[in-house]
Write a protein that binds this ligand. Sequence first.
Ligand code: NAD
Length: 527
Amino acid sequence: MSTAQPLPRNAAATPDVIDCVEPATLASLGSVPVDGPDAVRDAVARARVAQRAWGASSFDERRAVLRAILAHVLDHADELCELVVRDAGKTKDNALLGEVWPVCEKLRWTIANGEKHLLPEPMSSGLFVHKRATVLYQPLGVIGVICPWNYPLQNVLGPTIPALFAGNAVVVKVSEQVAWSSERIQRIFDEALEAHGFSRDTVQIVNGYGATGAALVRSGVDKIVFTGSVPNGRRILEGSVENITPVILELGGKDAFIVCEDAHVEQAVHAALAGVFISAGQSCMAAERVLVHERVYDDFVARVTTEVSRLRTGSALDREVDVGAIVSDEQLALIEELVDDAIAKGARALSGGKRGDAAGRFFEPTVLVDVKPGMAILTEELFGPVLVIRRVASDEEAIAIANETRFGLGSTVMSKSRPRARKIAEALRVGSCTVNDFGFTYMAQDLPFGGVDASGFGRLNGREGLRACTNPKAILEDRFPLHLPAKIYPSDAATYPLVREALRVLYQPTLRGRAKAALGLLRRARS
Ligand code: NAD
């Protein structure tokens, strides 16, 4: 079965505007004009001008801007949550916990820690003891950020905050699926920058479809941070070849969630619910394959099915719901196709298993068991509210299944034994692993975030993410001046044997060998 190919998006939209729709009610939100390639080039040119002043700013000034952004996000948290609920169909809790909170934590972390990771870093000068070695973390210039739809607020602020703090200007291309939010999000940056005397051109959001993103990739920006699907990740790489633009790719996932026989089952059930149903499963780090040891399998399945059958779907605007909407018709069709394929091949839905009845785009919270190799749901990114459970007989089998995917983003291990969980975490081919909780590696902002293999490369978050927004420039300067000319020219017949001997002095493996070589060198130097 050929599933999970990129499907056409937003078929109703014309090339010049994006028609925005609430996924939970299908109500129109109006339209947003598309920024074409010329508009993207203009935005990058303006950003380059603005970056001169921003790149020369002090860390105190940058912190002041970040504090203003944090104050804005906190003061307008309810409004921003409603924005996300309407544009992406999330629940209010998901918007607050999954968008506003990580953004606040990233701002707090960067304000508290950013400077220490970007200050000039003294390094060893190796053999050159008379020299001082330093790495300067200088801004790259203008960074282009291309976002997916699943976290309208966080996908924009997440990569922009470190890029900004490192002294860059940023041009962000948001997803056409959540373009409606972009004007409001732009205001967060505008107000903070202008309040501290910086140009609003320092951070600009552009709207459009793939062509707008492609124009940004080819616009001459100094780096691209792309978060999205694997097929479009390939297109980014192709486009980046033109100007040799460095890229960070944060792509898809097919994360395993391993429940060991010694896991605390209730804790595992609730972590799995979070892993599958936050954002209706539309998270890159969603727990897409839940692998449960046979000794706790029946208990886990019974408890999780009871919980899932109680979950309520619907629009979060007027009532309390547990699971939000699916962002687009194409995404809903993909989930349906993967679940139908699994059921046709012998899987059983213990709860849910089909589209919801409400007017908006919903898929019933689903528990799927008896899932077997050969079903596309085990290999293709699902991105839906479906708890896919497999029974395993040992940790080794769980590890082998977890690793049999082209993706390698996140993972979860549930076990009461720290050494056991650690052993499994070390054996997984992934960018991160959370033990006995779901997804907290992303919230611990000191930790790097990213994936391996088809999940992409490069890191956001932490020191690695911050420094990825810089040119780490190496400087070697005099500690004390010797003014001894290193005379390589003109060639001298004595140079080669002298250096040959010196290499032995430096690199002979034994002390005796080095001492012998030193004597030889002395003799040669005297002669
Ligand atoms: P997508 O690849 O369809 O779109 C992402 C962005 O790329 C959009 O803004 C889109 O307009 C733009 N785009 C499309 N074609 C382009 C082109 N040729 N050149 C430049 N830009 C182009 O992804 P999506 O459907 O919006 O998001 C879902 C995907 O994102 C999933 O695969 C998910 O796993 C992934 N994702 C990954 C992470 C992570 O951190 N690893 C986080 C969130 C989402």
